[in-house]
Design a protein around this ligand. Structure first.
Ligand code: VGL
Ligand code: ZN
Length: 215
């Protein structure tokens, strides 16, 4: 079992717990809101807690509505790779882009906006999707003496996945809290692949009850 006895040197990364990713939202993750009470119990136990918000300008490259004849789930070629297309979501300043009202923001040290560039998506909290533009989170965590990140939030196979993998790339230990995340599984099978890939790279899966201070 993972050594989770002591949370010093650990940060909690709360990924995209926003209205649009919760039931009723534009890109709802099934039972996405059910993880919030557990996240609220975790965040005060960490010396550092960071939340991210997916924060797109209207007309963002990742919106199917921006590409003629395309629908959510399709992909378009983009900068030598592929851009996955989604419904319009997390548009800056809208209610859908706000953190879910039940998420306790009081223990959060930092709220990081990502995906703010019109022509570039950002799934990971560490790098934008070009794989090289840093968000600044790596330096922030390093300057705070962090060596391990616990990743929770939405969605497990998209932003949680890319955040956990990039955390390893930045030299942190990365742990996903299995019962504090939920996946979209788009396209179907993506969630299973993401879990397998994370674990083969060295991301550890832990449960809420494994984390010190939980009762
Ligand atoms: C996300 C799809 C598009 C996420 C963000 O937060 O997982 N998924 N943008
Ligand atoms: Zn997005």
């Amino acid at each position: 079992m993972a050594d989770t006895q002591n949370l010093s040197g650990s940060a909690l990364l709360v990924i995209d717990v926003q209205n649009d990713f919760c039931p009723g939202g534009a890109l709802a993750v099934e039972s996405g809101d059910t993880i919030i009470p557990r996240i609220n119990r975790l965040s005060p136990r960490f010396p550092l807690a960071v939340a991210t918000k997916d924060w797109h300008p209207d007309g963002h490259i990742s919106f199917a509505s921006r590409h003629q004849g395309k629908k959510p789930g399709d992909t378009v070629p983009h900068r030598g790779g592929e851009q996955q297309l989604w419904p319009d979501h997390c548009v800056q300043g809208t209610r859908g882009a706000e953190l879910h009202p039940e998420l306790d923001i009081r223990p959060l040290n930092l709220i990081l906006h990502k995906g703010v560039q019109m022509e570039l998506d950002s799934y990971s909290a560490f790098y934008e999707n070009d794989g090289e533009t840093p968000t600044g989170l790596d330096s922030y965590l390093t300057r705070h003496g962090i060596n391990t990140v616990y990743v929770v939030g939405l969605a497990e196979d998209v932003c949680v996945y890319f955040t956990a993998v990039d955390a390893l790339r930045c030299g942190f230990r990365a742990r996903v809290v299995a019962d504090c995340t939920r996946g979209v599984d788009v396209p179907s099978g993506a969630l299973g692949r993401a879990r397998k890939d994370m674990q083969s790279r060295g991301v550890e899966y832990v449960r809420f009850s494994d984390i010190p201070g939980n009762t």
